[in-house]
Design a protein around this ligand. Structure first.
Ligand code: ADP
Length: 641
């Protein structure tokens, strides 16, 4: 019998996710009825507390990776892109409008302003945005520096004043990007997305008219022309990306390079933070990338949203977002590991607390067994209360052992599940799951057993407890606020507590320390032992032989497509290798350069020759080009026409 999967929503939203998961037979977490940790997926619009990452059980997933604010807060994004531009010296990083964070960059801004106004005169415009607000709040456009007035930390950016227009209306693209893993970097972009229109015609002589200059739905849905039938755009303010493709076709735009440029923007932006995001295989993240296109068809990155809106304002939203969330659940690939939750809880409820399994561990049982059952305390009494009972007694012991109480429970629970539960037949549990396309059949699926789903490091409770894999610092010793603050980011959804806390005008960027991963307790060995392979089950990666040294015999390639999600990274053998261990950003940038050159029309003879080499069997696995309708294989795009 298939196990029931449980989802937990913070603040009871988003409704769309609830609807999709209930339709798929999931159950919603009920804090009155269920145990504190009795869930498979926990979804929050705002950031998770660092302790929630430390205490994940094998079947639990979170919808945010830790420490991604480096791209999702406007000022951090600007700084990171600037750093990469300088470090890589790559023209590829030229996709973000020049920006200055004020007040700190005021002098630099003034110098740039003066220089541009001397050389370009009237035609330079600027846009000012508060760094910690979203949905168009507090934004204004100006030409003359005397109109620049701000009372909080802001980013002033070159305003892209020559956007591509459709029948006179400005628009931007909302691209949905799923980072399935940062280690190794594994990125999918959804084929469907949104085109978001301004609802009044673009006009540089009315800079104050936000309905003409901003494309946020949160603003335009209150505009006087929102419902009106607008030339070509129609009523409302949204199109699907499919409709936009159709539009590009009608304009006879050569699309390969166009889409690949957006693709590059996504990868290059993620590369700015990928080396510093702590490994957390149980996390997945859906980012919303906002892209503006100028008249020369150059895409510009405006911002990256941490919690893209999942509200349904119109039929276009329903079409796009419902499919998106459904595909996201398929991409998360819930499999047999997740059913362990139910089985572990059932067993423990009727037998004994999980602590018994630590008998042979380094945490002495007599001390722990006094506290029978706090693991399964309901939320009403709360984890805090169970910790207040236990911690005073255990803390010296646990600290000296560099182990904490919840971790010891997790070791025990995982080891116990592993020891007692029979192997799980992945084929059965995956029956009827998502639409997944691999380049070749998955191997050895039938032979999967539980010890393969859990990390090979966690064979027995004894070996688990003996491993020195605990974080260097126990969670209660960590300044959680630092992580929490750093996660304040662009939200499409309703204002979060953290946002409200910070919208009082303080510049928090200086308060965010650069916390070494070790101190956060995210060292890869510390977490990896207890987490499942994210590729287990029907989405098992394709195993390919790699040319080269004997040591690297084979590598795993994630599926190239899951529903509408297209794998965009890694996209070839070189990028796969460059992301396997320590991320080799230089190699990845080189590969992106090459790929873009291969796709470009009117290539030089030298490039053509390289392209032929490229298609000459050098690649061991295929990738699709995200963007065009019926995405073609990259190798097909390289073929001479
Ligand atoms: P928010 O988080 O408030 O939505 P954005 O950076 O996405 O902030 O900006 C809101 C809107 O302003 C965008 O959707 C776009 O229409 C417009 N915009 C932002 N930056 C620029 C820019 N540099 N050039 C032209 N338009 C911009």
């Amino acid at each position: 019998m298939a196990a029931t999967l449980v989802f937990r929503l913070h603040d009871r939203g988003p409704e769309l996710l609830r609807e999709v998961l209930l339709e798929r037979g999931w159950e919603e977490y009920d804090e009155g009825e269920q145990e504190e940790e009795d869930w498979n997926l926990y979804w929050r619009g705002s950031a998770f507390h660092s302790s929630q990452y430390h205490n994940l059980l094998p079947w639990q997933r979170l919808n945010h990776h830790p420490k991604t604010a480096g791209i999702t807060r406007k000022d951090f994004l600007a700084r990171n892109l600037r750093r990469m531009r300088v470090a890589s010296g790559s023209a590829l990083y030229d996709f973000s409008p020049t920006g200055f964070i004020l007040p700190s960059d005021y002098t630099r801004f003034l110098a740039e302003y003066n220089q541009l106004h001397l050389t370009s005169g009237e035609s330079v415009y600027w846009i000012c945005k508060p760094v910690d607000l979203s949905r168009g709040r507090g934004i204004f456009i100006f030409k003359d520096i005397k109109d620049l007035v701000y009372d909080c930390s802001v980013i002033v950016q070159r305003y892209i004043s020559d956007p591509l227009l459709i029948s006179g209306y400005k628009f931007d693209l909302r691209i949905y990007v799923c980072v399935k893993s940062f280690h190794p970097l594994t990125v999918y972009i959804h084929q469907e997305g949104l085109v978001r229109f301004a609802t009044e015609k673009y006009n540089l002589s009315s800079l104050h008219n936000l309905y003409a200059h901003l494309t946020n739905t949160s603003i335009n849905k209150f505009g006087p022309f929102y419902k009106a039938e607008k030339e070509r755009v129609g009523p409302g303010c949204k199109w699907t990306l499919s409709k936009f493709r159709h539009f590009l076709n009608s304009q006879e735009v050569s699309q390969l390079v166009f889409w690949q440029r957006i693709n590059n923007i996504v990868t290059l932006t993620l590369l700015t933070i990928a080396p510093t995001v702590p490994p957390c295989p149980n996390c997945v993240e859906l980012f919303g990338f906002d892209i503006l296109i100028d008249v020369r068809l150059k895409p510009w990155l405006l911002e990256v949203n941490y919690s893209p809106a999942l509200t349904l304002d119109c039929q276009t939203d329903i079409t796009v977002k419902k499919g998106l969330i459904s595909d996201l659940v398929d991409l998360m690939n819930y499999t047999s590991i997740d059913s362990l939750r139910e089985r572990a809880y059932l067993k423990h409820r009727h037998k004994q607390p999980c602590f018994h399994a630590t008998q042979s561990s380094r945490v002495p049982i007599p001390a722990l067994s006094k506290f029978k059952g706090p693991k399964f305390k309901k939320k009403r009494s709360g984890i805090q209360s169970s910790q207040t009972q236990i911690l005073p007694l255990l803390k010296p012991l646990l600290q000296s052992e560099k182990i904490n109480q919840r971790q010891s429970r997790q070791y025990a629970l995982v080891a116990d599940c592993q020891r007692r539960l029979p192997p799980v037949d992945l084929d059965k549990t995956n029956a009827g799951r998502g639409r997944i396309i691999n380049t070749s059949a998955a191997r050895n699926q039938n032979s999967q057993s539980l010890h393969l789903i859990l990390s090979p490091h966690s064979r027995t409770n004894v070996s688990v407890a003996k491993r020195q894999t605990c974080p260097a610092l126990a969670p209660w010793l960590i300044d959680d606020r630092s992580l929490h603050v750093s996660e304040v980011t662009n939200h499409d959804e309703a204002e979060t507590e953290a946002e409200m806390e910070l919208s009082g005008g303080t510049d928090v960027s200086a308060q965010i320390p650069d916390i070494p991963q070790r101190e956060l307790g995210f060292g890869s060995s510390a977490v990896s032992w207890k987490l499942p392979s994210i590729y287990s089950g029907s989405q098992r990666p394709v195993t390919i032989p790699l040319k080269g040294t004997r040591a690297v015999k084979e590598q795993h390639v994630p599926p190239l497509r899951v529903g509408g999600f297209i794998r965009t990274f890694p996209f070839n053998t070189a990028t796969l290798k460059a992301s396997q261990h320590k991320l080799d950003v230089k190699v990845i940038i080189q590969e992106l350069h090459k790929l873009t050159a291969h796709l470009a029309p009117g290539q030089s003879d030298k490039t053509k020759q390289r392209r032929e080499e490229h298609t000459d069997g050098a690649e061991d696995f295929e990738s699709l080009l995200w963007g065009p309708k019926d995405p073609p294989l990259l190798s097909q795009c390289f073929r001479p026409t």
